[in-house]
Design a protein. Structure first.
Length: 489
């Protein structure tokens, strides 16, 4: 007599990759109510309502892409659908998105009390993966709204774009108050950054139970350096494309900004600092120096898959314009060494879908200065790290730590990040032997191009499960969007 099924689903025969183990075990996974309920060899198929054969594929925890920008260049509700389809095809099951008032996104200023409910309304029912938001306090009134954002909406992570006060998103600009949609007398400057940090320190004091998951992320570049070097490089005809853009936003601008941010964190006792998308040796060295200088600050260091896979000589030059820039190969190799030395805490996509029509100028398509910054790539995050990391001797367990566990802990996603009893059954099955060449035409993203075009990667995502539901399988995104908003407080 067969047993009464007690599990909703059994995924059989998978090589389970966990972030805190040195081994990969062939196991079965039992799922109930969207959670992992049983993890063991040879779970009886009779105990499950559905059985899925994992065919000995690698099973990673669902990827937590902790740095995305949904809705920056397209309407948020439409962008969420297409770009999280792309996320699902890449094994990403959690999307954390940076958002702010000002131009782009909703193209509105004002208070987050009015702005953020609109963001949530546009998001509902449009994400194929679970999602949350990081918020940038742009106007001074936003600092007073930090407690509201945390207590009402579960926002525990905030952001500063250090160069926005005196430099545009895509290049030189003297219109920053218009761009940020703040009053003429307001300044988005170092003093504002200090007051944001003081606001977060007060929030941690008010909510000591959340002290480990309240954090501040920073885009570290100094506007004055960018302004000066852009003028020099624009007049230097020997540099073009990504070489020119990297020279116009030089690595020491990153390093200087990291030092300023870190000193302010020390001054304000703002305990949890995330240094985003470190792109160069100088940036990474500055970050490590600041960790030594201020050991009581809990720094985290982030690198993107773009900065690990591309360099200034990549053939898809204009498509790869991003802030901070793609760097020379020596910087790329230094970043990889930092990853292997456990000096990087997580790897992300910094996905910002910018359509081909918007990305480059029709009049002068090869002019790097006229191109917009940012590109998508969440669908290549896991395969990119697996492919290049494996060549360099990186273990799958370490990849799981960098792509799932570490970001989930930092950002308060305590049900995510591991294949363990009681955790959300977010899972991605990867064929470690299958290679493929990246072609934008095969992506679910609406971008229409990719700077990774023509790159060969090893390790193809075959299936993605979100809370136990199969959302992507063998090239097809399945069903309708079932992603949930993740309140983190």
């Amino acid at each position: 007599m067969s047993e009464t099924p007690v599990l909703d689903q059994i995924i059989k025969n998978v090589q389970v990759v966990r972030p805190h183990q040195d081994v990969i075990e062939l196991l079965d996974l039992g799922i109930k109510d969207g959670k992992f309920a049983q993890i063991a060899p040879n779970i009886s198929p009779d105990t499950g309502k559905q059985v899925f054969d994992g065919k000995n594929l690698l099973a990673f925890p669902g990827v937590v892409d902790a740095h995305m920008h949904v809705g920056i260049y397209q309407p948020l509700d439409k962008d969420a659908v297409t770009e999280t389809k792309a996320a699902a095809m890449g094994g990403v099951t959690t999307s954390l998105n940076y958002i702010r008032t000002g131009q782009y996104y909703l193209n509105k200023g004002g208070s987050y009390r009015d702005f953020f409910p609109e963001v949530l309304a546009l998001s509902t029912g449009n994400f194929f993966v679970d999602y949350g938001y990081h918020i940038a306090p742009i106007a001074s009134q936003h600092i007073d709204e930090i407690p509201l954002l945390f207590e009402e909406y579960g926002i525990s992570s905030f952001k500063i774009f250090m160069f926005y006060g005196g430099y545009g998103l895509h290049g030189l600009s003297d219109q920053q108050n218009l761009f940020l949609m703040i009053n003429k007398e307001e300044r988005y400057d170092f003093a504002h950054f200090e007051f944001i940090m003081r606001g977060l320190t007060r929030l941690m004091e008010k909510h000591p139970e959340a002290r480990d998951t309240i954090s501040l992320s920073l885009h570290c570049e100094v506007a004055e350096i960018l302004n000066a070097y852009t003028k020099i490089v624009e007049n230097d005809s020997s540099l073009s494309g990504l070489h020119a853009y990297s020279a116009a936003r030089p690595p020491h601008s990153e390093g200087l900004a990291i030092c300023i941010a870190s000193y302010l964190a020390n001054e304000t006792n703002c305990a949890n600092i995330n240094l985003l998308h470190l792109s160069s040796q100088k940036a990474m060295e500055a970050a490590l120096t600041m960790q030594t200088a201020f050991p009581h600050i809990n720094f985290r260091r982030e690198v993107t898959v773009g900065h690990l896979l591309l360099d200034v000589d990549t053939p898809n030059g204009i498509w790869a314009k991003v802030n901070p820039p793609i760097r020379p190969r020596a910087d790329v190799e230094y970043l990889w060494q930092a990853v292997l030395n456990n000096q990087v805490d997580w790897i992300v996509s910094d996905h910002a879908c910018c359509s081909a029509e918007q990305k480059r100028s029709n009049k002068d398509p090869n002019n790097i200065w006229l191109a917009k910054s940012g590109f998508g790539g969440t669908e290549y995050l896991l395969s990119g790290v697996f492919s290049e990391g494996s060549k360099r001797g990186m273990s799958c367990n370490q990849m799981a730590k960098l792509l799932s566990w570490n970001p989930s802990r930092r950002f308060g996603l305590l049900q995510k990040g591991d294949i363990a009893i009681g955790y959300d059954a977010d899972l991605v099955l990867v064929d470690s032997n299958e290679s493929f060449v990246v072609h934008a035409a095969e992506s679910e993203s609406q971008q229409g191009y990719t700077p990774f075009e023509g790159v060969e990667l090893t390790g193809r995502v075959k299936s993605t499960f979100l809370r136990g539901n199969l959302i992507y399988n063998n090239g097809q995104v399945l069903g309708s969007p079932t992603g949930r908003y993740l309140k983190r407080a």
